[in-house]
Design a protein around this ligand. Structure first.
Ligand SMILES: [Zn+2]
Length: 410
């Protein structure tokens, strides 16, 4: 049944493509809720004709009371609203610039019955006033259109996407999908991308890019495909063979070791004799134990530092970087490319260390984190049970990718 639905979707996609000469295709609404016929016109799910509606934008330092006192709502009611709204959206934290609407009674009192604030282009919070004070979240209908695009890269992916008038979010999304396969710092002239993606709209306005459905990336004379596949707990990007585009990290940089100190924002430093953050994980192991890179990457530093001792830093992609400290000896040089499991040095106690160990540090987007608290890629291929389904989908999407033209940038 799933496959049938998907083929229908592809058929529509091809049909629509025929009527379009441009790169993008219009009119495929996979989530078109506006098709529902409403007898009563609703606004934020509230019957529009039953109230008078006043719209505004939250000003700097403006509180709920500043607005609602003007619409006949007593202080006591506003205070009660603060109580019930805490878990939904704290009314004390109204953000300047957010749009709001006050629904007042049609009678001469013009007392507010609802206060609605838009917290994002698609999301809003409704505060109900009067006898049944409450607060709840709502979402405007989101329309999704499937788009196709392609571009020949002359300088950077970002620049090409910008030059081709495509949503800039695409650059970020594509670089995440290909973080392990394409080195975005070494994009070459002649590299290209093709992409099938969702674009999301609220009330006719673009609110951003949704899921990237499929992509092709030509990089240094190699072609990398990425197909999104979601089923049960499986949700990732895979190549034509069903291999995961992401690579898993090794659990530890040394075998047969024990964690002697965990990542913590505060610990007593045994050498410096004071409390300080420890933004790494220490593995105690005998001097000379091989230290391996936990994933493929480029050695961006192989050096000696007063505190770090002999250390090696490996940049895995635009997202992840790891570092290994206190080595007795380094086995790689700056600029080397290492594979996962390659020996990059040996355990020691150089620099600020009380005994032989390796301090393992982990960065995500330039921020030091505890790798054991991260949702890191599993790297698993398509599970066998979904392989047939995946093959049908990826083959069809690949045919569409092949037809996308690569626009030459000016
Ligand atoms: Zn450490």
């Amino acid at each position: 049944m799933r496959i049938v639905n998907f083929l229908l979707f592809l058929f529509t996609l091809v049909l629509v493509s025929c009527f379009e000469t441009a790169q993008s295709i219009e009119g495929i609404d996979s989530e078109d809720i506006s098709m529902e016929v409403d007898e009563v016109p609703l606004r934020y799910g509230i019957e529009e004709d039953a109230y008078k509606i006043y719209e505004g934008t939250i000003k700097k330092n403006q509180f709920l009371a500043d607005i609602l006192l003007g619409y006949g709502v007593p202080y006591g009611e506003i205070a009660a609203l603060e109580g019930v709204s805490k878990d939904v959206h704290d009314v004390r934290k109204l953000k300047a610039g957010d749009n709001y609407a006050v629904f007042t009674n049609l009678d001469s009192t013009e007392r507010a019955s609802f206060f609605v604030v838009e917290t994002s282009p698609a999301n809003y919070v409704v505060y109900q006033l009067g006898d049944s004070i409450s607060a709840y979240l709502g979402q405007k209908p989101i329309k999704t259109k499937i788009r196709e695009a392609g571009g020949l890269i002359t300088s950077s992916l970002y620049q090409t996407i910008y030059d081709n008038d495509l949503p800039v979010d695409l650059a970020g999304n594509l670089s995440l999908i290909y973080a392990w396969t394409v080195d975005f710092y070494r994009i070459q002239k002649g590299d290209y991308f093709k992409v099938i993606y969702e674009e999301r709209f609220v009330e006719g306005k673009r609110i951003g890019v949704g899921e990237i459905i499929a992509a092709e990336f030509g990089h240094r004379d190699e072609v990398f495909h990425g197909f999104f596949f979601e089923e049960g707990k499986t949700s990732d990007y895979y190549d034509l063979e069903g291999e995961n585009l992401r690579r898993a990290f090794l659990k530890a940089p040394v075998k047969f070791s024990r964690i002697s100190s965990k990542y913590t924002m505060k610990r007593y430093h045994p050498v410096q004799k004071r409390w300080k953050a420890h933004l790494g994980t220490d593995y105690a192991a005998p001097k000379g134990t091989p230290i391996v890179s936990t994933a493929d990457g480029e050695v961006v530093a192989s050096a000696y530092g007063k505190y770090n001792g002999n250390y090696v830093k490996v940049r895995h992609n635009g997202t992840y970087t790891t570092q290994y400290l206190h080595m007795s000896k380094r086995a790689v040089r700056t600029g080397d490319y290492v594979r996962q499991g390659d020996v990059i040095g040996y355990v020691g106690s150089t620099g600020l260390a009380s005994g032989p160990h390796v301090c393992y540090r982990f960065w995500v987007n330039g921020r030091q984190v505890d790798p054991y608290q991260q949702d890191l890629p599993s790297g698993d291929p398509i599970p066998e049970e979904f392989r047939a389904d995946f093959t049908v989908k990826s083959d069809s999407l690949n045919q569409i990718l092949q037809k996308i033209m690569i626009e030459k940038a000016l």
